[in-house]
Design a protein around this ligand. Structure first.
Ligand SMILES: NC(=O)c1ccc[n+]([C@@H]2O[C@H](COP(=O)([O-])OP(=O)(O)OC[C@H]3O[C@@H](n4cnc5c(N)ncnc54)[C@H](OP(=O)(O)O)[C@@H]3O)[C@@H](O)[C@H]2O)c1
Length: 246
């Protein structure tokens, strides 16, 4: 997969879990990275690891992507530092209360918080980033979805509903981007061994995917070979088809 060494990759929610794994995978390719999360300590630790892994340059910004002015600051600083953004990965997400309440018992404030971070946040970041991508007639936007955003499951409440919204956003925006040179796709990474999953399924007794195992799907969508637009890619199925997983 050809990722050019100076490609600019923006990753939201990069301080742990899948976002961290993606940051380190693109760092190994020598990319320039703009990463964010709300909490600074873990984010700066990932920045340090990214540089050690070979990233050409890393901009780490604390920002809450559900807040417009934070989105503006993150994107403006990235454009001022790198001049362009080649790939945007909308990865940041929250689960909401743990254990997850049934919808009838779901607190209104939590419901609104989950929708704001998981569904409004990617809209705000993409709307700010896509304008320059359209001028440059190139760009790859990758949204991280979930099986809970594809099928409704008891107890997955606001989280699942927010991912249904993200899937609708992806389909609609991809259609609007058709033929522009800018592409938008979504990846369902499968159930991964992360802090979010531990909160969602605290008594989990089955095998989970290591986030490092699914990064190749994102490397593909970011690469010059990728032509997909508007697709929903289930990571393990995609990698098994390519023979990358047994
Ligand atoms: N884990 C799974 O099994 C699974 C399955 C399917 C899909 N997914 C999806 O995969 C993605 C990554 O999940 P994960 O399991 O790696 O989650 P995670 O371990 O909880 O990490 C989430 C990341 O997002 C950041 N974040 C949360 N809210 C934010 C906000 N408002 N603004 C900026 N950053 C924010 C967090 O840092 P701060 O808290 O410091 O902000 C953290 O870096 C998510 O989109 C998730 O929905 C996960």
């Amino acid at each position: 997969m050809s990722i050019s060494s100076n490609q600019v990759i923006m990753i939201t929610g990069a301080s742990k879990g899948l976002g961290r794994a993606l940051t380190l995978a693109f760092s190994k390719k020598g990319a320039r990275l703009a990463i964010c999360a709300r909490e600074e300590t873990k984010l700066l630790q990932v920045k340090k690891e990214a540089v050690q892994q070979g990233a050409m340059e890393v901009l780490a910004i604390t920002a809450d992507l559900s807040i417009s002015r934070d989105v503006e600051r993150f994107v403006a600083l990235t454009e001022a530092t790198f001049g362009t953004i080649d790939v945007l990965i909308n990865n940041a997400s929250i689960l909401g209360p743990s254990p997850m309440p049934l919808l009838a018992d779901y607190p209104e404030g939590d419901y609104q918080d989950v929708l704001r971070v998981n569904a409004v946040g990617p809209f705000l970041v993409t709307r700010r980033v896509v304008a320059k991508m359209l001028q440059e007639k190139k760009g790859s936007i990758i949204n991280v979805t979930s099986e809970a955003g594809h099928t409704g499951y008891r107890g997955w409440g606001a989280y699942g509903i927010s991912k249904f919204a993200l899937e609708g956003l992806t389909q609609t925006w991809a259609d609007e981007l058709d033929g522009t040179g800018v592409r938008m796709n979504m990846v369902d990474p499968g159930e991964m061994d992360t802090e979010m999953h531990a909160l969602a399924v605290p008594d989990c007794n089955y095998d989970l995917v290591d986030p490092n195992e699914v990064v190749d799907v994102f490397l593909h969508l970011a690469s010059a070979e990728s032509t997909e637009n508007g697709e929903r890619i289930q990571a393990t199925e995609f990698l098994q088809k390519r023979g990358a997983l047994s």
